[in-house]
Design a protein around this ligand. Sequence first.
Ligand code: ZN
Length: 465
Amino acid sequence: MQFACTQVPWAAVRYSRECTSHRVVRNDVPQTNDTHIDEGAMCEVLLDGHFGYAATADLSASGLQAAFAQAIATTRASSARKAHAFAPRQRPPVTGNYRSARARDLDATGLAEIMDCLLAATAAMKGVDTLVNRMAHAMLVQTQVDYFTSAGGHTAQSFDMVSLNLSATAAQGSQSQTRSWSRTGQWGGEVFAREATVQQAQRIAREALDLLAAPNCPSGPMDLVLMPDQMMLQIHESIGHPLELDRILGDERNYAGWSFVQPEDFGRLRYGSELMNISFDPTRSHEFASYAYDDGGNPATKEMLIEGGILKRGLGALESQERSGIPGVANFRAASWNRAPIDRMANINLEPGTASLNELIGQVERGILMHTNRSWSIDDYRNKFQFGCEYAQLIEDGRLGAVVRNPNYRGITVDFWNRLAGVGREDEAHGTPYCGKGEPNQIIRVGHASPPCLFRGVEVFGGQA
Ligand SMILES: [Zn+2]
């Protein structure tokens, strides 16, 4: 497709079609089997230095013309109040393709195979009556995004994504404990490997029962080892969100919040210890937010946000980079065809170090190891936080010991990251489909890969946080 543009200096259209299926099995009973298709186009114009948008689900020529007419009218009306005068260079005229890496297309993966895997998982969690809730959920997403610009740009990207989630809840009296496991990212049908899924199901069911019988987590300062499925949340909330340039510029203040990071902190702020290396990397395969181009057509490259603990770069796309003068990344992302792109996280990863997990644990005289996020709370400036995990084991004299339940820890972002004293050498990617931001709201997928990490002298506490 090519389109000519005579009424405005620059225009673009982003077509998106997303097919989402949910399959759920609870306590051996299939409960959900639904598929939803969302398809439409966002028309975009640049007029008087101002970008404006209008979306339509009517993909006929007349439907698109009507959306462009609306985009031109609203852009003309609002350009007098623009935050900044932009130019076509904020939408590079790039051509190229992307396709998720996967062993087997989701199209070639039958419903029977998926349901067999989910049923086997909940059956594997069955044992004693105290295991009251055994859940297996698969979300399958296939997305096609095509972006055409009047300057000749055309990017075509095709994504296959899977989130396979298991959870086991054990309850007795007023106590209940849940263990969960998930595999989330750009994958195909290879995720539904029956044997590997059954092994995870058996493990979390056993661990939920162990938690029910375990004592409460102790309170006090101690060394803390966080596993990758909690590091994901730690990175997301205390690095990803505060580095978003639109927050730092004040755009998000009345909704998702601001940031403790100031524009002058880039290149200077010691965010964490020298072991802290954080990358923005949509080019890594199989994470949830892997892509080749952002939704403004900017080619994605791996960039270091924090190097040796020093803040280097923000999470801002070309518009925010132009406004702030701060170096950024290709992270202009829209949650759907009917949303304008904004600065988002994509894959934000903590780069691996050199220690094995046993070496991290071996450095701890008195501490605790925590798995899997359960709860989180962080202030509007992304400064003070407290996070809860599902499962923990005490560490004494360099060895893992007793299981404890309801583990939590709290900290202040920069102080906490400066306590980073050990970084594992084997990372693991996790992701979530539920990062929220923007007005109107945009819920978007993000990925975070991290090895296990050791933090010294963290405030730990027990109880339901
Ligand atoms: Zn988020």
